[in-house]
Design a protein around this ligand. Structure first.
Ligand code: G3H
Length: 245
C-alpha cells in the first residue's frame, strides 16, 4: 500500500477561539480533499476545533507517562480522550526549548502509541550540521533514536524539518530534500516490515508557491506546515497541491 498523503498544520503557540473561523473557511475544500488534513492547535483549542468536524485534530506534544504528578503537562491519553488522533513529537522547538533528546522523544512516542495516537516524529539538521556535511548522519541517528519499538505505518509519521528552514522562508533544494527522504525511506524499510508505507512529511517554509515542486519529490508524502497553516487562504493551496501530486 502507498503511504497516506497528509497535509498537517502546526499552529505552535498561535491562535485563539476567534482563529477557529479559519477552520470554518477550510470546510468545503477539506470535504473534497482526498489527502488527510490535520491541524495541531494549542491544546486549549483542541475540543472546540474537534467540535467543528472539519479536520483531524492533533496535539503538539505529550508526556511519556499516562498520568501523574507532572504539573503543566498533558498525556497522550488525555489527547486521545479529547478526540485527538495525532500528536507531534520531537519538534526542533521542543528539542531546543525543553531539551528533549531522542530518548525523550522515543518514550513519548511509545506513550502516544499506547494511547492510540499517531505519533508525528520530527527530525532535522541544524544549519551548522548541514554546512558541515553531517545531514544524513544526523537524521539517521535521530530516526534510529526517536522511533520506538512497535512503530508501524499505522501509528507513526516521520517529518523531516531542517531547523534552518523553519519560519525562515529558506527551503532546501529539491535534491537535498530528495536525498534525505530517500535515506529515511531506506532506513525505515530496513527496520520496519511496513517501512515503505510510513508517511514521510517535509516541513520548513512550505507555502502554496513551493508546495507542488516539493510534493513531486519521491518519498515526500505530505507536509508539516507552520506559519502557512494559520490562515485558510494560505493552507488550502498546499492541500490542493498535495491532492494533485
Ligand atoms: O511544524 C512546522 C514547522 O516548524 C514549519 O514551520 P514553517 O512552515 O513556519 O516554516
Amino acid at each position: 500500500m502507498a503511504p497516506r498523503k497528509l497535509a498537517a498544520g502546526n499552529w505552535k503557540m498561535n491562535g485563539d477561539l476567534a482563529a477557529l473561523d479559519q477552520i470554518d473557511a477550510m470546510a468545503e475544500a477539506v470535504k473534497g480533499a482526498s489527502c488527510d488534513v490535520l491541524i495541531c492547535p494549542p491544546a486549549l483549542l483542541i475540543p472546540a476545533m474537534i467540535a467543528k468536524g472539519v479536520v483531524a485534530v492533533g496535539g503538539q506534544d505529550c508526556h511519556a507517562e499516562a498520568s501523574g504528578a507532572h504539573t503543566g503537562d498533558i498525556s497522550g491519553q488525555m489527547l486521545r480522550d479529547a478526540g485527538a488522533t495525532h500528536v507531534i513529537l520531537g519538534h526542533s522547538e521542543r528539542r531546543a526549548d525543553h531539551h528533549e533528546t531522542d530518548e525523550t522523544v522515543r518514550a513519548k512516542a511509545l506513550a502516544a502509541h499506547r494511547a492510540g495516537l499517531i505519533a508525528i516524529i520530527c527530525l532535522g539538521e541544524t544549519g551548522d550540521q548541514r554546512d558541515g556535511g553531517h545531514t544524513l548522519q544526523v537524521i539517521a541517528a535521530q530516526l534510529a533514536g526517536s522511533v520506538p519499538e512497535g512503530a508501524t505505518a499505522a501509528n507513526t509519521v516521520i517529518a523531516y524539518e531542517p531547523v534552518w528552514a523553519i519560519g525562515t522562508g529558506r527551503t532546501p533544494t529539491i535534491p537535498q530534500i530528495a536525498e534525505v527522504h530517500a535515506r529515511l525511506r531506506a532506513d525505515l524499510s530496513d527496520r520496519l516490515s511496513d517501512g515503505a508505507e510510513v508517511s514521510l512529511l517535509y516541513g520548513g517554509s512550505v507555502k502554496g508557491a513551493n508546495a507542488a515542486e516539493i510534493f513531486a519529490i519521491p518519498h515526500v508524502d505530505g507536509a508539516l506546515v507552520g506559519g502557512a497553516s494559520l490562515k485558510a487562504a494560505d493552507f488550502l493551496p498546499i492541500v490542493a497541491a498535495l491532492d494533485a501530486a
